[in-house]
Design a protein around this ligand. Structure first.
Ligand code: ZN
Length: 131
């Protein structure tokens, strides 16, 4: 029988960070990921968020978000790991608990980790704020 303490998440985020120097690479990656996974406005398993040109929430650099369902994890994460063009990408589950934990204990990095701004980020539900 499954351990009742096991956790799961049905939604994951991949935050693609960039700066002035890497914005072009981030733009190329965005185009490529849309094509590779056939992502459109109507996609049910994927959404691509808008460009955040300024730091927002815990994210200390400009970024955009790739939202995907857990069942796509096995396709998306290997693809990103090999096509990320030296960009730093934070992959984390979105579950109903503390978003700080989602972004730290449950998070995984592709490329070089970036220190997130977690102070003042006290367990408010980020989902409603587009994170
Ligand atoms: Zn997120």
């Amino acid at each position: 029988m499954a351990n009742s303490k096991q956790k799961t998440a049905s939604i994951f985020h991949a935050h693609v960070y960039f700066d002035a120097k890497t914005k072009r690479k981030a733009s190329q990656l965005r185009t490529q990921v849309k094509k590779a996974f056939n992502i459109t406005e109507r996609s049910r398993n994927f959404k691509i968020g808008r460009w955040h040109e300024k730091p927002v929430g815990p994210h200390p650099r400009p970024m955009y978000l790739i939202w995907f369902k857990a069942k796509e994890f096995g396709r998306v994460v290997p693809w990103l790991s090999m096509n990320r063009k030296d960009l730093s990408i934070l992959v984390h589950p979105q579950h109903d608990g503390d978003p700080v934990i989602d972004h730290t204990d449950y998070a995984m990095w592709l490329g070089k980790p970036i220190r997130l701004r977690l102070s003042g980020f006290s367990g408010k539900p980020l989902a409603k704020r587009g994170f």
